[in-house]
Design a protein around this ligand. Sequence first.
Ligand code: GP9
Ligand code: MN
Length: 626
Amino acid sequence: MRKKIMNKYVFLMIATVSMWMKTYIVYRTSFDLKIENAMQSFILFINPLSFFLLIFGFGLFMKQRTRNIYIIVVSTLGTILLISNMSFYSFYTDFITIPVLFQSSNMADLDSSIQEIIKPSYFLMFIDILILMWLARKNRNKDYGVVTSKEKVSYFLVVCVVFMFNVGLAEVQRPHFLTRSFDREILVKNIGLFNFHIYDGIVQSATTAQRALADSDELVEIENYINANEKAPSEEIFGIAKGRNVIFVSLESTQSFVLNETLNGKELTPFLNDFINESYYFENFYHQTEQGKTSDSEFIVANSLYPLGRGSVFFTNTENEYNATPEILKNYHYYSATFHANNATFWNRDVMYDLFKVDKFFDIESYDITPENSFGWGLKDKEFFEQSVDLMKELPQPFYSYSITLTNHFPFELEEEDKLIDEYDSNSEIFNRYLQTIRYQDEALKRFIEKLKEEDLYENSVIVLMGDHYGISENHNEALAQFLGKDEITPYDTIQLQRVPFIIHMPGITDQHPELISDISGQIDVKPTLLHLLGIDTSDMIQFGQDLFSPERTSFAVLRNGSFITEEYISVSNMCYDRDTGDQIDREGTCDVYEDMAHDELSFSDQIIYGDLLRFYNKEEESVEE
Ligand code: GP9
Ligand code: MN
């Protein structure tokens, strides 16, 4: 009798243990999960178990033969999902979510390195499945009898206990991790990769339903929050650039650490280093993008809303109402245009720009692109700026222009003639080339400003330069540490590396009185800051950013994964650091104090996007105008 029970479950148990171990090995070898203590390692070790017990357990309702086939199919699908996450992680240091599967351009990136995708080691991951197939075949004629209802009940009780035990330990480690966390790494570390995918599926359906259920009361609560946090603009700066053109340049993958650095005695960014001395330069300005990369940065700048924690708003919410900068500026007789030498449909830009009410999108069709003037991702930045200024000078003025560079994009490739410095020497080819494309981009920017001067577009403009997101992921930490002269890159350093340049240049103003501004800020602050410079009151707008010149402003930035930076502290995952020294400190009484603020910002912003709440705001506006 005992033997029989054993045999009934043996196949299921072999499959469970092998998938469990396989997942754990992948955690340890393919993902860079930061584990701080023994309890966290234990949770990581047990977390794949409940999922496999549950999913294979459904097989108990099937006849033995079907059950074995079911277990093999599930193991195969599970393995494919593991491998997909491994490939995705090696590019993005992130886990797959449902919305990114629909971001074709992400996948296009993956396509370009198919060798990377199909690593020979991946085939080894199917060995256990071959063994299962062999076992199933060998035992196909043996009958171990049916699983009784009582056995099923006991089995699923065990599954529940294992799951509750896992979640309970995780909850002790990181209270409210399920409801509070925007960080996928925290979820994977605590409930496991596969349960995370289920969680992601639940979030997906919940957010889809959110729009239908939303009503205008939700917006009222958020408006109250925003009004309570609102800061009056600086009287001195408000309207200082009234009537000027805005020439905004989004710098592809440009992080702040490249500024004021040299390689073999040569400056990496000679032009920018000079330019910031004639500008307002924000040295503690963070990008707040997530899976939507450039599109996220465009979204934040245009709306002063946070991007989504999963996927890109440019794909997930293409029918919402927004109240973006180009639309607002229309009321002040500004013409708006975006310049980007790529397909209009790429990243859904054409659709989103329509929603933002951009007057004209100069896409790939507007440029003269030849084999001589393009390389890698397309038109080289120098040529891009050259032709963009020619287009820009024909625009009605004042205008709000948004240009997006491209050459400094992964995998950072240049033609020989454009390599202005020697390659760096580290173990990362990507990083070595990155410094060269950064140098090239700097040269292109220099020419851009010269040409703006030649075409009389310089004097009467506000020129804004901003890095869109990081270019060098954590996969290149060793090279980064070598370049920065550090022993290693800690999670604290990783947060500090999320700083991107933000430069506001106003001829006749900032060249007379340049300023180095050290307050903590982020892309979310761009919209109110720019509108105030142009003398536009934003007090009744729904936005999460604050005017960077406001004397009352709180020096604070929240990253999209819930990490945040204050004057004194940096919080990342479970950890809290002293911002000055980088030393790890106790959360309680320090980082925890700001936790609610960070959480509110992100969840209110999510609520607006998922609920399409600005449709109610725009109604309010209309009725005021009437
Ligand atoms: C493509 C460019 C790059 O048009 O904006 O996008 P990214 O990969 O950086 O999000
Ligand atoms: Mn980008």
